[in-house]
Design a protein around this ligand. Structure first.
Ligand code: GS8
Length: 219
C-alpha cells in the first residue's frame, strides 16, 4: 500500500519547514494543507487536540505532532534514504541536544524581537546574537552541524534562516557581520534542493512579520 502523508502546516512556519525539508530529503510526496491559524480546521483540532498547533504529519490516518518528534519519526520510518540522525547513541544524544537548543533558544529570541519594543527588543536582539554565536561555535569548521552530512540539527535550525532578514530589519543589525561562519553555513544549506525549495523568500516572510506586528503589537 502507498503511504498516505498529509501535512497540516502554514507556509511561514519554521517548524513546518522542518517537516518539508525532512520529507524532501527522503524523497517522499505528501499533501500539503495550509491551515488558517485564526480559524483552525476541525481536522487540525482532531489531529492535535492537545496543543492545537501546526505542524502535524498524518501518516495513513495517524497523527504525529511536534516538529522535532515528527522529523525523528520520518527518519526512523524511512531509514534507508538520507539518514538524518547519527547511528552512534552518544552522537544521537548530542544532535538531539542541539536541535532542542534551537527550539528553546532561537525562536524565543526571535519572538522577543518581532513582538517587543525599545529596551525589551534590544535585549532580545543581544540574546539572539549570543545564541547564534553559541551555535556558530558548535558548528566550528564542519560543513554542517551533522559533520560532513546534512543532518538533524541542520534540518532543525535552517528554517529559522528564512526569518533572519525580518529580524535584521526590525532590530537594525547584520547577522552576517556578527556570525559570518554561520551565514556561510546557511548558504551551503541553501544549495541543497530540499532546503532551497522549502524556504520561502525572506522578503515575503518579512512582509508577513511586519503585518503580524501591526496587528498584534501596539506602536
Ligand atoms: C511549535 C509549533 C508552533 O508553535 C513544534 O511543532 O515544534 N513546539 C511546536 N506552531 C504555531 C505556528 S508556528 O509559530 C501554531 O500552530 N500556533 C497556533 C496557536 O498557537 O494557536
Amino acid at each position: 500500500m502507498e503511504d498516505e502523508l498529509i501535512l497540516l502546516d502554514s507556509w511561514v512556519s519554521p517548524f513546518g519547514m522542518r517537516m518539508r525539508i525532512a520529507l524532501a530529503e527522503k524523497d517522499l510526496s505528501y499533501e500539503f494543507r495550509e491551515e488558517n491559524l485564526q480559524e483552525k480546521s476541525p481536522f487540525l483540532l482532531q489531529m492535535n487536540p492537545v496543543h492545537k498547533k501546526i505542524p502535524v504529519l498524518v501518516h495513513n490516518g495517524k497523527p504525529i505532532c511536534e516538529s522535532l518528534i515528527i522529523v525523528q519519526y520520518i527518519d526512523e520510518f524511512w531509514k534507508d534514504k538520507s539518514p538524518l540522525l547519527p547511528s552512534d547513541p552518544y552522537k544521537r544524544s548530542q544532535a538531539r541536544f542541539w536541535a532542542d537548543y534551537t527550539d528553546k533558544m532561537v525562536y524565543s529570541c526571535m519572538r522577543g524581537i518581532y513582538s517587543g519594543k525599545g529596551e525589551e527588543q534590544e535585549k532580545a536582539k543581544k540574546e539572539f546574537i549570543e545564541v547564534l554565536k553559541v551555535l556558530e561555535r558548535e558548528l566550528g569548521d564542519k560543513p554542517y552541524f551533522g559533520g560532513d552530512n546534512f543532518g538533524f540539527v541542520d534540518v532543525s535550525f535552517i528554517p529559522f534562516y528564512s526569518w533572519f532578514y525580518a529580524m535584521e530589519k526590525l532590530s537594525n543589525f547584520s547577522i552576517e557581520a556578527e556570525c559570518p561562519e554561520l551565514v556561510a553555513w546557511t548558504k551551503r544549506c541553501m544549495q541543497r534542493e530540499s532546503v532551497a525549495k522549502t524556504l520561502p523568500d525572506q522578503h515575503k516572510v518579512c512582509d508577513f512579520v511586519l503585518q503580524m506586528r501591526k496587528r498584534f503589537v501596539a506602536d
